[in-house]
Design a protein. Sequence first.
Length: 412
Amino acid sequence: MKTKRRVVVVGGGAAGMIAAISARRLGADVTILEKNPRVGKKILATGNGRCNFTNINTDITYYHGSDPEFAHSVLGDFTVDDTIRFFEKLGITHKVEELGKVFPMSDQASSILDVLLYELNDLGVNIVCDACVKDIIREKDEFIFVLENGNSYRGDRAILTTGGKAMPASGSDGNGYGLAEKLGHSAVDVFPALVQLMLEGSFFKRISGVKFVGTAEVIHKNKAIVQDRGDILFADYGISGPPILQISRKAGELIKAGEEVYLKIMIMDMLSKDELKRLLHKRFQTAPGKPIDFSLVGLINKRLIPVVLQEAGISDVKRPVADLTVQEKDGISDILTDWQFKIKRTKGWSSAQITAGGVDTKEINQHTMESEKVKGLFFAGEILDIDGQCGGFNLQWAWSSGFIAGRSAALN
């Protein structure tokens, strides 16, 4: 008679919970060791508390890492449709919103966590909280999991789903990288991703909170290398908003490499520079006696006007608009269509939604998520050097990699 696999999952986040369910459904004895007082804490913060749990447009182009192609077979093995069916069977009715984002009909992230917890408990998965693993020892055909409190657990299969370093308030502190390295694995340097950008400039406090729909680009060596459009928000440190988060990974990667990186903002991105010049010319001709600053009211956010004019090199903003020189008019057009800032750095781990970098995927079997170095050791989720864009792609990676790791640990 075949002996039951004893699977120990280190980390009770999205990847860890689905790995545990997947392994338990195949008959394994499963224990989750979670350092927090409860599992799934980070899930509650996703999608602004609504949990954008996948995206119907998921494909490899939305993922990054030293070898993003690693994710191809994983996402193809446990697909978006598989994810939606998995959660429907647990009780989640879904809806699809803009850009393919999938949410529970309840609009509550807690719904996702509730049904996962119910399934874990219904299957008889042993969940141990306040269990911080400080060491994993490979001894013959067993793994010994040593906790900080002195307790230890044993299993013949280990799944590391400890997450990365983003959102440390959720318990992510990067301790999984140390555990992986002790077992012979290497990690690609990590840095914050899906994060706000800190910019050079002395005026950001004056325009903090100003929001507009526009386009943002990361500029490196005078070339635009990544672009996104949507709601952009100025902040006292620089800039935020969904497009900024989407392009932040490339900025962070270049800054980490010691490169100079710039951000280009197009406030009036629906017009070319020449079209904007014609619009401004007509606007200024219509009311030539208006003060320069008041002449822009109704065109752009009022709080932006003094800063835009300052950056365009216009000091006396109360002059009649008819007094503007061609050079000054061009300066206004330039700022509204091509405003550039030097990026100092990204914000830190507490602001980041995801970790870029992680355990090197070259050392992992993409079909099973098993280590190529240590038999019986598996990885899933954010601990690996795969990260996705905003919009449900990172949770889909967690579900896909976690499900496969749990299945493989139970069967192999």
